[in-house]
Design a binder for this molecule. Structure first.
Ligand SMILES: *Cc1c(COP(=O)(O)O)cnc(C)c1O
Length: 225
């Protein structure tokens, strides 16, 4: 099931990319493993998955012990400051930075490991989707301030659309995130690289790709599709 589903998801990514005049290779599939255990993750890796996404640091810790550096690790869920120390040890990319306080803690803890932690700034493009994420009008200010911290590197933006019954309804949120990303990129801020747009999940990843996503976070379609 997991190998077949992975193939289907990849071909859907490819078709969406082609519709948008882009290459499937430019889109990173983050396989969201928050609902599954190590055996399923092993199956996904065997099926060619290279990036895995977890919501909670505690859950990732156990899986990281088994999988280690055989995958790239993405933290996609809310991060509390008291978990930052463990998060910087495990994750290659933290998608959920939504306050300067959190960015400061990440920089401080990453410094201890002599690491430059790559992060995305999470943006709240809708009121319904999540209580987390920086408000759209505060994103630029957060990016500018976080960029000055010594041990983090800003690599782009992340958002979640609200739960919708028709993926088309998610399009305006993705479009908004892309526009914010383009506006920030145009400012050419030091230590800021608007390379990744992390948006789209099982319900809406094709629409997200059409709107510019180059990192999609997919769980259900791989493990339960
Ligand atoms: C769970 C989760 C996903 C994946 O959702 P699916 O519907 O399983 O594809 C993506 N992004 C975030 C932030 C999540 O928490």
């Amino acid at each position: 099931m997991i190998p077949e589903n992975s193939i289907i998801v990849r071909s859907r990514i490819k078709e969406a990319a082609e519709r948008a005049g882009r290459r499937a290779d430019d889109i990173i599939l983050v396989c969201v493993t928050k609902t599954v255990g190590v055996p399923q993750i092993e199956e996904a890796l065997a099926a060619g998955v290279a990036d895995i996404g977890e919501s909670r640091v505690q859950d990732a810790e156990i899986k990281f012990k088994a999988i280690g550096m055989r995958a790239k690790w993405h933290l996609i869920g809310h991060l509390q400051t008291n978990k930052v120390k463990d998060a910087v040890r495990i994750f290659d990319l933290i998608h959920s930075v939504d306050s300067l306080k959190l960015a400061e803690e990440i920089s401080k803890r990453a410094g201890v490991f002599d690491k430059t932690q790559e992060i995305l700034v999470e943006v709240k493009t809708s009121e319904e989707a999540t209580k987390y994420g920086a408000a759209t009008e505060k994103v630029l200010d957060l990016v500018e301030k976080a960029a000055a911290l010594p041990h983090i590197k800003i690599m782009g933006l992340m958002t979640m659309a609200p739960i919708v019954s028709d993926a088309e309804e998610a399009r305006p949120y993705f479009k908004r995130l892309r526009e914010i990303s383009e506006a920030i990129a145009a400012k050419k801020i030091d230590n800021v690289n608007m390379r990744y747009l992390s948006m789209g999940m099982t319900q809406d990843f094709e629409v997200a790709i059409e709107e510019g996503a180059n990192m999609v976070r997919v769980g259900h379609a791989i493990f339960e599709g």
